[in-house]
Design a protein around this ligand. Structure first.
Ligand code: HMG
Length: 465
């Protein structure tokens, strides 16, 4: 049975920190953020927002747009790593908020859980719900998968320039207008790692930045190798002599902790794919240096990172490789549009991959490209660590959805934060009543109980008309 994404909605907090102001405050060259990482604005949550209300707002938008009633939703999954309870799932808060609009008990029939595996959990949630539909369990109901996160790092840390926040809701069903997933090719890789993690009780993660970058690339490559094996085995892709996966996948969407990670990942994966094709010889001649090999090619990631000679040569090789016409053509045609939205929003962990997907749809449509029948490859990564690679094909009715996409209009009027307001919000010095913006037609957090012992941690939300 077919299954896929029928529609997609986005909710982004309207406050933002400007990359140039931020760089100046931290004594950094603004070009490191803007050019080096591809970050120009970071969306920042207000004092009356948390990941649950971002998720509820994205769900409400998609339900209202499609005139859906709660009876038509069979499952509501929330994938997040911004959870605030060890036991009560974020879904229950989201259902509670939606029932303020649709009526008490209106979602009673609906199942779902909160999913966790850093940024990759949204993709696992999507996969599980797609299989619920494929298995014929949905009885014509839709599944809603919401990915919602607030990326927040310690003040002054190197991760602080890659913050962001927002939620994306995806409506799944058996006759999707947007994208139908390819069956039997979804592939994963997994390994116990400490590249990025957030122990209980800590609001911000412990991060080994460069290690996480390299681990992301290796894990995604491992999942891609398995995807390729499955795609060839099932006949989804028939590869002719001299071809690579690049000849069969029209667009690549990558997990985007910052926009330029998409470029980095593409370069790594394209190098891997082209290495065994006849074209590679020409590329090496154009680059003017041999591809470097680590001293210990079978070594650990730590041993590769500490092999400074290799790391320097590899960085030089990558710099030259991304300037080749071959790479530039692949980059422009298959990835560039997916990186645009991330620049002005930042990392939204679970939602970042899907922000890239949405960005690609909107900006390719604006370029006048016909996307009907195009195959999209997705490379999802979550620290800790796991990668998932899968693909799907754009459906003829996609125009119905994509023609109305307008990221700026959907976010609404944004307000730039001063450094002091940003730091006050970051350090949780404002209560929900002291929010900076006045909410309109959205769910907000009103109160978190901190005193009463039998109600400690209870959260109260309201829908502001
Ligand atoms: P850093 O180490 O300070 O930055 O932090 P850098 O020195 O690597 O510089 C970044 C880029 O800017 C480099 O380009 C520099 O050359 C360039 P590259 O070599 O990569 O092409 N640069 C400049 N360019 C122009 N003008 C200048 C200039 N200076 C430097 N003046 C890091 C970067 C990403 C490590 C840091 O921000 C960090 O730790 N972020 C958080 C962790 C992270 O995002 N990791 C990404 C992979 S892991 C992942 O994606 C999972 C995650 O989303 C969590 C989850 O799964 O839940 C994070």
């Amino acid at each position: 049975m077919a299954a896929g994404i029928d529609d997609i909605s986005i909710f982004i907090p309207r406050l933002y920190m400007d990359a140039r102001d931020f760089a100046e405050a931290r004594g950094l060259d603004p070009q490191k953020l803007v050019k080096g990482l591809g970050v120009s604005k970071m969306a920042i949550v207000d004092a009356n927002q948390d990941a649950a209300c971002l998720a509820a707002n994205a769900c409400l938008k998609i339900m209202q747009k499609n005139k859906l009633s709660p009876e038509q939703i069979g499952r509501l999954y929330v994938a997040t790593e911004s959870s605030f309870d060890e036991s009560k799932a974020m879904n229950s808060y989201v259902i509670g908020m939606l029932e303020q609009v649709y009526g008490d008990g209106s979602f009673q029939h609906c199942g779902g859980i909160e999913c966790k595996f850093a940024c990759v959990s949204g993709s696992y949630a999507l996969y599980d719900n797609i299989n619920w539909i494929r298995a014929g369990e949905s009885e014509d109901k839709h599944a809603l998968v919401v990915v919602s996160d607030i990326a927040k790092y310690d003040l002054g840390s190197s991760g602080e320039m890659t913050q962001g926040g927002g939620a994306i809701a995806m409506l799944l069903n058996e006759s999707p207008r947007l994208l139908e997933f390819d069956p039997k090719v979804t592939s994963t890789s997994i390994k116990n790692e400490y590249d990025f993690y957030r122990p209980f009780g800590k609001e911000t993660p412990i991060v080994h930045g460069q290690y996480s970058n390299l681990l992301y690339l290796i894990q995604v490559k491992n999942a891609l190798i398995d995807y390729k094996r499955k795609a060839l085995k099932t006949g989804l892709i028939v590869m002719k002599e001299g071809q690579s996966m690049l000849d069969h996948i029209d667009y690549f969407n990558m997990h985007l902790p910052y926009s330029n990670m998409g470029k980095k990942a593409l370069a790594y994966l394209v190098r891997h794919e082209l290495r065994s094709t006849p074209k590679w010889k020409e590329i090496i001649a154009e680059i003017g240096m041999e591809e470097p090999i680590p001293n210990d090619p079978r070594g650990t990631i730590e041993s590769i990172i500490s092999d400074l000679d290799f790391m320097t040569k590899d960085s030089e090789f990558t710099k030259r490789f991304v300037r080749t016409d071959t790479y530039q053509e692949i980059y422009e045609n298959k990835v560039a549009s997916s990186l645009i939205a991330s620049k002005s929003i930042g990392n939204i962990y679970t939602a970042s991959l899907y922000l890239g997907f949405r960005s690609c749809l909107e900006y390719e449509f604006q370029k006048g490209v016909n996307l009907d029948g195009k195959r999209f490859g997705f490379a999802s990564y979550g620290s800790g660590s796991s990668a998932m690679v899968f693909s799907g094909v754009i459906q003829p009715e996609y125009i119905e959805i994509v023609k109305d996409m307008n990221l700026e209009a959907e976010i609404g009027e944004r307000q730039k934060l001063s450094l002091s307001d940003y730091e006050e919000l970051h350090e949780n010095k404002r209560t929900p009543e002291q929010s900076i913006l006045n909410a309109k037609k959205e769910f907000i957090l009103e109160h978190v109980e901190k005193i009463s012992s039998d109600k400690r941690g209870e959260r109260r939300y309201a829908f502001v008309k």
